[in-house]
Design a protein around this ligand. Sequence first.
Ligand code: NZQ
Ligand code: ZN
Length: 400
Amino acid sequence: MLNFTLNIPTKIIFGKGEVDHCGDLVKEYGRKVLLVTGRSSTKKTGSLSRVSESLRAAGVEFVVFDQVEPNPRAETVDRGGQIARDEKCDLILALGGGSAMDAAKAIATVAVSARPIHEYIRGNKTGLWKELLPIKEALPILTIPTLAATGSEANSSAVITNWETKEKSGIAGPALFPRAAILDPELTYTVSADYTADGAVDMFTHLYEGYMTGDESANVQDEITEGLMRNAVKYGKMAIDHPEDYNARAHLLWTSTLALIGIANAGRGGSFPVHQIEHTLSAHYDISHGRGLAILTPAYFRQIIKKDRPHRLARLGRKVFNVTLDDDAAACEATIEALVTWYKEIGTYDTLKNLGVKKEDLKLMAEETIRVAGLGQNTIVATHPLTADEVLRIYEEVFE
Ligand code: NZQ
Ligand code: ZN
């Protein structure tokens, strides 16, 4: 196991009805709040009213910023930051999915620095992020997730897209850890089958990325990961079949938080190449993050992991999908098949062509993945450094 430092400073309040007490929590952290949320779902589902009511009852002053789009954009963040400054907000409260929570973290950053968020985005052409990351100053942040997927509610990163330059990449730093998060599984009952499935795939991918690429002697972390993967698979399907099953939604939400809170990868390390390859797809075609991951994963497993670390893929299959084959090569194929079966059951099995991606863009996107995520190298970090050609072959395999 590698040496590690693990800091999980976010206070987590979990359970049914907890959202109705958010006003009292918010009051502990700030005087005037910018409530950052998406454009429509929190109004339709009533969660925005519930939060607003609780804030009013607690006597907290607040301003609503409801302009965050899925795959949140830099210009939206900059607008939110300006409003936070103009309104003299001293706290940012996120209500929504990963997009609202990520935008909230980015808004908390620009509200303090008054710099455009693009300067902080890794891979941007000016390279300013090299001096601005990690982010050490931001307004305090609280989160209320309404969708189980990203783990953004209790981690210190956010993913923002510059739509003009087609750069989607992460920002991170200690100041972005939410001070507290209210995880109320009932808020996720209304998430559509499509987004529930995409979320289950996202948390599953957060788990397998480090498992495949990290240090191989961290057995505690591996077994935590395997347990969480089993829960993502089981409760993802259950939540789609029974959207208002509290137990399914609660397990899925807690799995998503635990998957990317640092515990699984502490002492194991690892990299997130499939995420980087997917972010280029979302940056160019604005597709759902989880759906892109589901499309890419079988090709990544076949082309990269089956060759570099077949024993890890075989182990995943044995521990998560009950693969019983002793031979690693055969177990790898059975694992990919079992994964595809799960993707089909939950409706995420798809092709790039079907999502509207044009074949002539694949080469450019492979090169962009390296430019944005390669940190100045000609490769991205994985089990071995992946070149643009290798990324292109993954895109090609799942094109149609
Ligand atoms: O946009 P609104 O109107 O809010 O509706 C959303 C959106 O259309 C809707 N939704 C959310 N909660 C709902 C609901 N609909 C009904 N009932 C509810 N309770 O669902 C749609 C998708 O929401 P979004 O927030 O975009 O989804 P998700 O949570 O999957 O977040 C995706 C974003 O997070 C980033 C992704 O790249 C993407 O930009 N990620 C963030 C990470 C992090 N901060 O650690 C890590 C991840 O790997 C990921 O990259
Ligand atoms: Zn993800």
